[in-house]
Design a protein around this ligand. Sequence first.
Ligand SMILES: Nc1nc2c([nH]c(=O)n2[C@@H]2O[C@H](COP(=O)(O)OP(=O)(O)OP(=O)(O)O)[C@@H](O)[C@H]2O)c(=O)[nH]1
Length: 139
Amino acid sequence: MSETLSTPIDVAVGILMKPNGDVLLGQRPDGKPYAGYWEFPGGKVEAGEAIIDALKREFVEELGVEVVSAEPWCGIEHVYPHAHVRLHFYISQHWLGEPQSLENQAFAWQGSVGVEPLLPATIPLIEWLDKLRYPTASV
Ligand SMILES: Nc1nc2c([nH]c(=O)n2[C@@H]2O[C@H](COP(=O)(O)OP(=O)(O)OP(=O)(O)O)[C@@H](O)[C@H]2O)c(=O)[nH]1
C-alpha cells in the first residue's frame, strides 16, 4: 500500500480545444475510482510507452479520435487515497473524428466549464485554461 502511494503513476491527459475555445470533458464511468466525476480524457502511461503515444492510444480507445498533434501544456502531481498520480496535460487543436462514447461515458464540450464535480487535481487547471483561452477577459 505505502509503495503504491509513494510511486507516482504517469497519466497522459488531453485537452481537445476547438477554435472557439470549447474543450472536451468526459465523465468517469462506473467501476473506476471517482466514478461520476468529470475529467479531461486520458489514462495511464504503460511501461516503456512515450507519454504522447499513451495519449494517442487512450483517445482511440476511449473516444475513437485520432490526435494528430498535441502540445505539452503543464504537469500536476497529486496524491489520492487510491493512487499518487503525475498528470501530463497536453492541448490538441488538431484531431480526426468525432468523439464517441466507447466506454459508455458521458461527454460535454464546454466553454465556461459548468460540469461538476471535477476530479480534484483537475480543478486548478480550469482557471489556468480560461486565462489561456480568454486572455482578454477580466476574470
Ligand atoms: N484522464 C484523467 N485522469 C485524471 C485527471 N485528473 C486526475 O486526477 N486524474 C487521475 O489520473 C488517473 C487516471 O487513471 P485512469 O484510471 O483514468 O486511467 P485508465 O483509463 O488507464 O484506467 P484503467 O486502469 O482502468 O485502464 C486517475 O487516478 C485519475 O483520478 C484528468 O483530468 N483526466
